[in-house]
Design a binder for this molecule. Sequence first.
Ligand code: PLP
Length: 395
Amino acid sequence: VVAAHDHAHHPSAPTLRGLGPRSPESIVRHMHEDRLLLGPGPSEPYPEAMEALTRPVLGHLDPEYLAVIAEIRERLQQVFRTTNELTLPVSGTGSSGMEACLASLLEVGDTIIVGVNGYFGERLCEVARRGGAEVVRVEAPWGTPIDPADLIAAQQAAPHAAVLAVVAAETSTGVRNDVAPVGAALAPTDTLLLVDAVTALGGTQLEVDAWQIDASYSASQKCLGAPPGLAPVTLGARAVARMKARKTPVRSFYLDLGLLHEYFLASPPTYHHTASSTLAYSLHAGLGRLLEEGVEQVWARHDRIGRLLQSALPELGFGLIAPESNRLPQLTATTLPNGLDEGSLRKRLLAEYGIEVGGGLGAFAGRAWRIGMMGHAATERSVVTLIGAVRELLA
Ligand code: PLP
């Protein structure tokens, strides 16, 4: 009604498809809609990461841009806890990191063992299957961790497997999967360990070198405190050697990690694709803020804030899905008090308080929330604000 009324007074007002006629004033209001992002991602970016988005756009071969990339690579090495040469931001969201690793490390007909105890383990299977790999699933029920002994046993039963993949922090259930014992067991074998660190990186301990992880990928928009658009990836020496020994070229040109590495290192620089300097500046700034605080200090902050939230939720009648031993601090999957409709309460939280949380996925669809306390949002203020709003909604 308001939009139609405005429209009558602005005959030439622009129309946004699907949103109906809007006055210039309402478009501006729409652009400035403020949210507190406490869902499974994107999280609240650090102010430095948002400020960096306004810097001038640079060409993808500009020495200034390549200098920023060089620093991002160093910063990512510190956050991944690795000296891996091949550490770089891949264009695209976390899924492009997943696809880049699978496409670059697997050939058609190769076997991959995948730990599946949630939505993102399932996605790993699907991406590998579409790439022509034989998938061996090692399952645990949604909401419980995968026993590392089961993964190790699966590799012993299929020692020819090219890759074993596991999600360190399963965003669909708030469960942490132990990867350190798997790395130690796989190191003497020919099977590479690939770890999904999309929600883990910068939120909980992840040690690429010490845990003997061969390849890992993440995303800019979770605990790294930058907006979505870049996927940090790191490959160790064994993974790089595997890529170099391929019998067939990587099927994806865009996500070929060998080509991407050459693009970032070549002298003189050569074109591969038009990478975004804007997103690079932003990730650079987010990582800078994280490293200023310190990697271990950031883990400790996520731990403290996650525990604070998890101690407050049961007082309101919410249940915690993940077992305490493997409960992530940065992502809490929680069941709602009896009889409450998760969807309508979540919509009211967004509409009336501007707070975003996520709904349940898969086995928990319709009966759970997923609450992220990640990056810049991992603060006491977020917990107090969310708990206060939920308390009011339940009153
Ligand atoms: N893996 C995990 C564990 C995730 O949580 C996500 C996204 O939430 C992804 C992969 C895919 O990342 P994106 O949505 O950024 O493409």
